[in-house]
Design a binder for this molecule. Structure first.
Ligand SMILES: [Zn+2]
Length: 259
């Protein structure tokens, strides 16, 4: 199975590929809910491993990187209403701050009390590092600081163990994952390098501004014939979808992607 990676849910999407429209997010959640397909969190999935999402059933894990305020304002109320649990990966050193590595502008991050509230309602909180550093570039000392300090901060704030990690920019290698395991992480969401990912990593696929709900269902579907049927069922959700479509494969383009 594959998980889905979101960053920001916005009523009026910003000029940014990772700003996902609220109305489409609602349609996706409705679909997943009706099909009992918004399975679980990254850690629960990791613990159940092979049983996480049966091979023939559509099932996914929803993840959010960065811990943006727009998650709390727009996505969280909907998720609570539909009782769908997700895994949120905040940048631990940016809680309550405005910051950004995004060329499209600075972004607001959720505060510690808000994060505590989110954790208390059953969503998993994992780490997305301390400063959103590209972990593969760091020396061992810096790497361990990003991994350990972020875990400590998030555990202090939530009062719960932090078991999972999402790599900033999706950037990881064997050294980074070995270091993460030694820092106490058990699971990871991997946005890149799916083929070489160990079993404790859940592959996640990006959901972008111009994706239709059918595009997303198809992307996470284990069975293309099922997904074709779904695409037909889902066609009414595509009303209002922009005609402009980007190719399915992710294309590296400056400013498009924060993972
Ligand atoms: Zn990120």
């Amino acid at each position: 199975m594959a998980g889905l990676l979101f960053h920001s849910i916005d009523v009026k999407p910003k000029f940014n590929m990772s700003s996902f429209p609220l109305d489409k997010f609602r349609a996706l959640l409705d679909y997943l809910k009706r099909n009992n397909a918004a399975a679980t969190t990254v850690s629960e999935c990791g613990m159940r491993n092979a049983e996480c999402g049966t091979q023939n059933a559509l099932s996914t894990v929803i993840t959010f990187d960065d811990g943006l305020l727009s998650f709390y304002e727009n996505a969280y109320p909907l998720l609570e209403e539909k009782n769908i649990k997700v895994t949120l990966f905040p940048v631990a050193g940016l809680l309550g701050k405005t910051g950004g590595w995004d060329v499209m502008g600075r972004t607001s991050h959720i505060s510690a009390p808000v994060l505590r509230e989110i954790a208390s309602t059953g969503h998993e909180i994992g780490s997305h590092s301390l400063t959103h550093a590209n972990l593969v570039w760091l020396d061992n000392r810096e790497l361990m600081k990003e991994l350990r300090d972020s875990k400590d901060i998030l555990e202090d704030v939530t009062g719960m163990p932090v078991k999972s990690l999402s790599f900033p920019f999706g950037s990881w290698n064997r050294r980074v994952w070995d270091a993460a395991k030694s820092a106490g992480y058990l699971y990871a969401a991997a946005y890149r390098g799916h083929r070489r990912a160990p079993t404790e990593m859940l592959p996640v696929l990006g959901a972008y501004r111009f994706d239709s709900v059918e595009d997303i269902i198809e992307r996470i579907s284990p069975n293309p014939s099922i997904s074709k049927t779904l695409a037909g069922i889902m066609s009414h959700f595509s009303k209002g979808t922009p005609i402009v479509k980007f190719r399915k494969e992710y294309v590296e383009f400056p400013g498009w992607q924060r993972s």
